[in-house]
Ligand binder design. Sequence first.
Ligand code: GLN
Length: 192
Amino acid sequence: MHVKIGVMAIQGDFREHKQMLQSLGVEVVEVRLPKHLEGLAGLIVPGGESTTIGMLAREYGLERAVRERVQEGSLALWGTCAGAIWLAKEIPQYPDQPRLGILDIAVERNAYGRQVDSFEEDLHIKGLDRPFHAFFIRAPVILRVGEGVEVLATHHDEIVLVRSGKVLAGTFHPELTHDSRIHQMFVGLALS
Ligand code: GLN
């Protein structure tokens, strides 16, 4: 089945997401402006620097355009790491940080501190039959999830992957592995 998925290509590791999607036979569009959202079934917001992504997405008009499309239910959305921060309703440390803010979660940026800011771990993820090897890089922590937000994975009691309808958010980087199962899961959501 033909499906077109966008990758927000403002900043961060969008190329890796693009390659992963292309390996699944998906048509991929780099999204920098609202007009690039046309015809997309889903959009991935990559890891990177959430303040930069947030400021530029607002300036380019993407924040409003994505919010509209997701709220009307025509666009699936997945934020990884900085992308998850962009989606979050609450960032208690930085309440004024520009963001989409439509997913009812609260996040803390760089929550693992400087000493262990990057690590890898096998995760058990709801819906996957084998563990997923996950890379965390200066990752945020999901402090709280609202009603209707399902927790799909945790790591030492910390929430690392959630879903609400067609919106996914995770604090790790599946695009840096050769394991495309979460990308497949997202394409499935986009087609649903
Ligand atoms: N530390 C970054 C931020 O707070 C996120 C890191 C990442 O996306 N790998 O924006």
